[in-house]
Design a protein around this ligand. Structure first.
Ligand SMILES: Cc1cc2nc3c(=O)[nH]c(=O)nc-3n(C[C@H](O)[C@H](O)[C@H](O)COP(=O)(O)OP(=O)(O)OC[C@H]3O[C@@H](n4cnc5c(N)ncnc54)[C@H](O)[C@@H]3O)c2cc1C
Length: 461
């Protein structure tokens, strides 16, 4: 069995920040385990999404770690970090640039002596006699068997989160097709998820960052289809003959979209012209008005839950009435009705009556109702003969990064020794300058948290 000072599960942004902080404290014999080492969801799923973090904030975060500074200094230039440095530090960027930066640092850390890499899934971990003993699934044939069963006094869970699913729609319309949030966040995946030649009415539940991003992707698909430029389908429901009127779909496109051609809008109707719209109606159901981050001298209000970057600009223009309602694009339903392409619906005090009114008319639904912790490895406390499974009973302390557990033996909320968390599933709790309490989420926030608590980690061992 391999013996280490720490085992870190997960190599997304949370695992990266944790590894950097551990190495900064001098803990160097570390087993780092991840199913894929692809940089977590940020790099594996969300590269094409616009970042809500400013470039300068990423750069400050990674430079807060001495380990990362050494990797940056020793990596041949140009590299992923110098590419970010060339950008305006006060602007946001595509997440692919942040993903490349994370991968450069992950690969740099894996080169450090003492760090062992295991590409595998951690299935269970047992704590006994001051050591966490880990078993991996063994799905990776490349790793040595000593790594698949390793032990360390510290176990760091950086296992990430996944979108919350729901079947709320079933009672209103069980025929609705549920579209996966992660797919819909990627504009390039959307065209294949929706029928090209019939009208779809799509319910998007939730108006946080993910919900608004999905609305934007759908809206841009409805109002301008890039693939249509090469399409010569004669079944095209509408067309624009003058390409100079095409709205830009670049990241920086935050201006009101050019009025869109609909079947009857008359902006070029020659048959055989390229298809330029998808027939979509988008209904975004919300419990509260759209919330925007506000940059102030003393900090950022709603830093973690407010809309930011180009998504915020798009929402201000297209949802919060910076476009006159008469110039908003409209679409034709299959029954010939004309309705707005995009509309937000307030759920108010009687959500069920609103859903009952609208969901029967919808064809698809996307739940953007938050994220929940990805399944944890099975965690056990105590000697093999009397061990107790605790992963369902642990509670994360958003200030210390440790965990407590109610052992149901009269000693409530006992501290679980040597168990720590970081990343989106285990974030720090922060207060913004107006006193709003939020979970601090994003690569830079994970660095801030782990750098603050790393001194406590160094005491375990
Ligand atoms: C729409 C959207 C926009 C975003 N914008 C930004 C942004 O602008 N800036 C920013 O910093 N972040 C942004 N994020 C957030 C970012 O994607 C996540 O915060 C980040 O990926 C979370 O990192 P993590 O390491 O906590 O989890 P993950 O990225 O999910 O990584 C967890 C890792 O753990 C591994 N793992 C889990 N369980 C096991 C196991 N049992 N054994 C082995 N490996 C395991 C997984 O394979 C994965 O690689 C955005 C997210 C969304 C949805």
């Amino acid at each position: 069995m391999g013996e280490f000072e720490a085992i870190v599960v997960g190599a997304g942004p949370g695992g990266l920040a944790t590894m950097a902080a551990l190495l900064d404290t001098g803990i160097s014999r570390i087993l780092w385990v991840d199913r894929s080492f692809g940089g977590g969801r940020l790099n594996e799923l969300y590269r094409e999404i616009s970042s809500n973090t400013k470039v300068g904030i990423y750069l400050d975060a990674i430079h807060s770690s001495a380990t990362c500074r050494r990797i940056i200094d020793s990596t041949p230039k140009p590299n992923a970090v110098t590419r970010l440095e060339e950008l305006n530090s006060d602007e946001t960027c595509q997440l692919e640039l942040a993903g490349d930066m994370a991968m450069m640092l992950i690969n740099g850390i894996l080169e450090i002596q003492g760090v062992e890499k295991l590409v595998d899934r951690v299935e269970e971990v047992h704590y006994n006699k001051e050591l966490w003993k880990m078993k991996a699934s063994g799905c990776s044939s490349s790793s040595s068997s000593s790594l698949k069963q390793a032990s360390a006094p510290q176990l760091h869970l950086c296992t990430g989160s996944q979108p919350i699913h729901s079947d709320l729609h079933a009672q209103y319309n069980h025929n609705l097709i549920v579209l996966d949030l992660d797919e819909c966040l990627r504009a390039s995946h959307l065209p294949s998820l929706l029928p090209p030649d019939s009208h779809s009415t799509i319910a998007v539940i939730g108006n946080s960052h993910s919900g608004i991003l999905v609305c934007r992707n759908l809206y841009e698909l409805a109002t301008f289809s890039p693939s249509a430029l090469t399409s010569t389908s004669s079944t095209a429901p509408s067309s624009i003959s003058d390409s100079s009127t095409l709205p830009s779909i670049s990241e920086s496109n935050t201006s009101p979209s050019t009025p869109i051609s609909t079947p009857d809008s008359g902006s070029g109707s020659g048959s055989g012209s390229p298809t330029l719209t998808r027939q979509l109606s988008i209904l975004n159901f919300r419990r509260r008005p759209n919330k925007y981050a506000e940059y102030r001298q003393d900090g950022i209000i709603w830093d973690n839950t407010g809309l930011k970057g180009s998504t915020a600009e798009w929402a201000k223009i297209n949802l919060d009435n910076e476009v006159e309602s008469e110039s908003r694009p409209e679409t034709h339903t299959d029954t010939g009705k004309i309705e707005p392409v995009l509309r937000q619906v307030d759920l108010g005090d009687n959500e069920s009556s609103i859903y009952a009114e609208h969901l029967p008319k919808c064809t698809h639904i996307i739940y953007a109702i938050g994220y929940e912790s990805s399944p944890l490895p099975a965690l056990y406390l105590g000697p093999p003969s009397a061990s107790r499974r605790i992963d369902q009973d642990i509670e994360f302390d958003m200030h210390s990064s440790g965990f407590t557990c109610d052992l149901k033996d009269g000693n409530e909320n006992v501290r679980v020794k040597g168990l720590f968390g970081a990343g989106i599933a285990f974030p720090e709790q922060v207060k913004d300058p107006q006193g709003h309490v939020e979970a601090a989420v994003g690569l830079a926030k994970f660095f801030k948290f782990t750098q603050r608590v790393k001194g406590d980690w160094a005491k375990v061992g």
